[in-house]
Design a protein around this ligand. Sequence first.
Ligand code: ADP
Length: 468
Amino acid sequence: RKKWKRVVGVLKELEESCETTVGRLRQVVDAMAVEMHAGLASEGGSKLKMLLTFVDNLPSGSEKGIFYALDLGGTNFRVLRVELGGQRSELDPDVEHQPIPEQLMTGRSEDLFDFIASSLHRFVENGNDSVQSSIMKELGFTFSFPVKQTSVSSGVLIKWTKAFAIKDMVGKEVAGALQQALDRKGLNMRVAVLVNDTVGTLALGHYHDADTVAAVIIGTGTNACYWERTDAIIKCQGLLTTSGGMVVNMEWGNFWSSHLPRTSYDIDLDAESPNPNDQGFEKMISGMYLGDIVRRVILRMSEELDVFGPVSSRLYVPFALRTPAMAAMHEDDSPELTEVAKILQDVLDISDVPLKVRKLVVKICDVVTRRAARLAAAGIVGILKKIGRDGSGGITGGRSRSDIKMRRTAVAVEGSLYTQYTMFREYLHEALHEILGEDIARHVVINVTEDGSGTGAALLAASHSSSG
Ligand code: ADP
């Protein structure tokens, strides 16, 4: 009994340090808006990089023609083609997945880009499109690595991440390297845009819903981008675009604020990660980490309080509990929590866990996911606040809150945490409503887009095409 009391104590401590009251969330909202300002004011002015994308218009639905996209970011790269009819319509892209041979990820850049160009060549031919056609085709290139953009269609690789490590590419112009490979292959194609995946998501969201002002991805990692007025981008004086705006890639995974509710588990996770002090927001929110936070809590309870029987060696393995398995435990609605028992057994090698303890595990998952989803919601409202769409009516002044005409505002969202994890999605919506209040929240819609990183890049190639 005494032992159980201490278990409840550890749980309570977890709940308290993960607390996300509306008051706390509003502080996070304010901090996000302030950091956005700082990141736009000067280079290195904030942990938010607020990268310029030079994307100065978003697809409207009137685009016409056949456009291609390449999506490079993971071990799988994809080639796709989409035909646009000029009227906002259901998009039905042809997509081909291609695993990148491992030796190409660490070899010479020319070999990688030749491989990509060959795949594209084959794809164009197989699609009965002429490879050497006199009509130049336009291509969108989604390259999900840190790039310092110099125009909408060019940028320099800052560093590789994930499994890639091609030394001669760092510091080089990415789209140029691809363009040269296309030329070598005799493909009459132009790299019209070089973007990251969130920008593609925003483009696709905007194609379907013209009120879309921001895009958020919550998957393995998390990031967001949004539409900003060029005169608010202070660090780039004299920036002129016909539209008066530009998409800014926030790199919000690196957001940090003292208002974020942080636990000892977060501190340990960060310290043991390959990138300590980096991506602090991401480490509380995204799929790569949530399962591991839960593993750390279970490990501590197991070590200190002996509620899980002899301490399983699996509990010491970093990332042994993945977020999908954690979500499955969280959403186990069987009366006996059989799924929880099964996952504890299969994944963590913990057997014969009493129902009371299985319930405790569900509660831990709930606390960790609820915090994650509510912080993501606060991040979204932070963006809305920065662009005056949170209903606080900063610019109109003088009027009372109820007078303000709130414009319909849409946010495009992608990523498995939002689309596959029902509890995450519901907690995120609930927090949006709590922070904004019902009057404002009813004007804010979240639209799920599918494959913005591919399709969105093709749409941007269309809206930035040389003929358009
Ligand atoms: P990406 O890797 O491009 O971000 P996803 O958006 O599919 O791709 O995100 C994958 C991440 O989402 C994985 O790291 C995994 O942890 C998490 N995930 C996948 N499925 C689920 C699920 N059903 N419930 C919770 N998390 C999930």
